[in-house]
Design a binder for this molecule. Structure first.
Ligand SMILES: *[C@@H]1O[C@H](CO)[C@@H](O)[C@H](O)[C@H]1NC(C)=O
Ligand SMILES: *[C@@H]1O[C@H](CO)[C@@H](O)[C@H](O)[C@H]1NC(C)=O
Ligand SMILES: *[C@@H]1O[C@H](CO)[C@@H](O)[C@H](O)[C@H]1NC(C)=O
Ligand SMILES: *[C@@H]1O[C@H](CO)[C@@H](O)[C@H](O)[C@H]1NC(C)=O
Length: 512
């Protein structure tokens, strides 16, 4: 008896059989990466385009179906255990398919500008959030090596309210998405595989070429997500996590180099936050949190109602790419005006204005957080990843765990410690059910992405880059009693200064 395969699927198969690249890549939807040019700059030569710039949607958002039919392998937040009894079998039975970027996911490019919409209605329901990676060809991610360089982009956060996060960051993924290391992964970077970050996310459906089906537990709150036994860790440099109210840049080192699978306590579990492979908190610089509440926001010095140019410099001890990473420095440019980063103004800290090892140590003490940044490698740890090269991720997301309060509100919500207030959003804001219905039309636009020599990517005048720092200077603010913050880690939950860990929706394209 002939297996009952839908007619349309049969047609597709007979037509597609010759061009199937591997059993893990589906062919219902052609994968066409939206082109997104980006540039490399030198002081002497100006800026030129790098490779064949384009973006790719992360694999987690994609339709996963039986390799020989349009039947789902994964629906909502559960696996079909008949084809996915274990990770290996599932990987051999299931295919990840192409993406309809604008129609299903609300992802569009115009010139050098990428817009990610928050909620996108489509023929299958709706998609929530997205994460894409920058590529220099159809099959490889660009590896950014930013030591002794600056990374610059423009961003429009005006349409990102409380509770949302438009993130642009570097993760130490493999350039080919793990294709070479894990032969059972036939999809690779072309289909957005190989994600990892410093939260060691366990909601990733395929890790190291195998499905994460063992121990898979559907999320209690997110109908599109769950977690398996395994997570995927790597060094992460958050160049930008922001909405129209608050922004932060954050370094998250790991004790491992490169994308690394984890299980159990290695994955920074919620009940054992600091015993994993990576630093889940990171060392962050958020101007509001560091005491300047009038610097970044609507109508403020860095005015979030308008496009902002964001420059991030990775300065080294000897001004070469071989030197030690000493400082991560932020500069803004808006309306042709160069705006230096705000200076720290909280009790117990000097007027730092950049991320340095001293800033991080001082901040952890002043706010009463454990220094997991240091214990997972500190500046040296993140330096190694920045030297090896990292992949650029761009995303928009809402936060199932902590409502993004760690970015834009007071967190922990009842804390009165220095550093607890991170933005002016209400402590009741940011619930996914709320923002997904009331701010569905939110979006972020990233444009004009550049990497180059220090001082080559913006303006004409500003070359003053080295910190005039502050490290070691006496506190500018009134000395205060820090006794209450010297205590060992409080039992309150620590801020997940984090990156997207919960892709909320894998939309499956309409069945044909
Ligand atoms: C905030 O930053 C601006 C610009 O650097 C500065 O003029 C202002 O004094 C700062 N405010 C505080 C409270 O530090
Ligand atoms: C980098 O730091 C190491 C110690 O961690 C030191 O031995 C080395 O000389 C430094 N290199 C440069 C270029 O500063
Ligand atoms: C999606 O459709 C619903 C009705 O089904 C509507 O209320 C909502 O505004 C739409 N959202 C967007 C972002 O278009
Ligand atoms: C979102 O925008 C669409 C089209 O611009 C509109 O139809 C819809 O009502 C909007 N939804 C919300 C919740 O604002």
């Amino acid at each position: 008896m002939v297996p009952r395969i839908p007619r349309a699927a049969l047609l597709t198969l007979s037509f597609g059989a010759a061009i199937v690249r591997g059993q893990l890549v589906g062919t219902y939807q052609t994968e066409t990466h939206p082109k997104l040019p980006f540039q490399s700059c030198t002081k002497s030569g100006g800026c030129t385009n790098v490779g064949d710039g384009q973006i790719v949607l992360d694999a987690n958002w994609r339709w996963i179906h039986h390799k020989d039919s349009a039947t789902n392998c994964y629906t909502g937040n559960t696996w079909d255990t008949s084809v996915c009894p274990d990770g290996k079998t599932c990987a051999a039975n299931c295919a990840v398919d192409g993406a309809d970027y604008s129609g299903n996911y609300g992802i569009s490019v115009a010139g050098d500008a990428l817009t990610l919409k928050f909620v996108t209605n489509n023929s299958n329901g709706k998609n929530i959030g997205s994460r894409v990676y920058l590529m220099n060809s159809d099959s490889e991610y660009q590896l950014f090596k930013v030591l002794n360089k600056e990374f610059t982009f423009d961003v429009d956060v005006s349409n990102l309210p409380c509770g949302l996060n438009g993130a642009l960051y570097l993760s130490e993924m493999d350039a080919d998405g793990g294709l070479a290391k894990f032969p059972s992964n036939k999809a690779g970077a072309k289909y957005g595989t190989g994600y990892c970050d410093s939260q060691c996310p366990k909601d990733i459906k395929f890790i190291n070429g195998e499905a994460n089906v063992e121990g898979w537990t559907p999320s209690a709150t997110d109908p599109n997500s769950g977690t398996g036994n395994d997570g995927t860790c790597c060094n992460e440099m958050d160049i930008w996590e922001a909405n129209s109210i608050s922004s932060a840049f954050t370094a998250h080192p790991c004790t491992v180099q490169g994308q690394t699978i984890c299980s159990g306590a290695q994955c920074n579990t919620p009940t054992d936050r600091y015993n994993g492979l990576c630093d889940p908190d990171g060392c962050d610089f958020n101007s509001y949190r560091m005491g300047n509440t009038t610097f970044f926001g609507p109508g403020l010095i860095v005015d979030t109602t308008k496009k902002i140019t964001v420059v991030t410099q990775f300065l080294t001890s000897d001004n070469t790419a071989n030197g030690n990473l000493t400082e991560i420095r932020r500069i803004y440019v808006q309306d042709g005006k160069v705006i230096q980063n705000s200076k720290v103004n909280i009790p117990g800290m000097s007027a730092y204005d950049s991320i340095t090892e001293d800033f991080c140590t001082s901040q952890k003490t002043a706010v009463g957080d454990p220094n997991s940044f240091k214990s997972k490698g500190g500046m040296k740890g993140i330096e190694t990843a920045l030297r090896n090269g990292m992949v650029l991720a761009l995303s928009i997301w809402d936060d199932q765990q902590a409502q993004m309060l760690w970015l834009d509100s007071t967190y922990p919500v009842s804390s009165t410690n220095p550093g607890a207030v991170r933005g002016s959003c209400s402590t009741t804001s940011g619930a996914p059910t709320d923002v997904e219905s009331n701010n569905a039309n939110a979006s972020v636009t990233y444009s004009n992405i550049k990497i180059g020599d220090i001082g080559s990517t913006f303006g004409k005048t500003d070359t003053s880059t080295k910190s005039t720092s502050t490290a070691g200077n006496p506190p500018v603010s009134t000395p205060y009693s820090r006794s209450s913050t010297f205590s060992p880690p409080a039992s309150t939950p620590y801020p997940p200064v984090s990156t997207p860990s919960a892709p909320s929706c894998a939309v499956r394209p309409k069945r044909r």
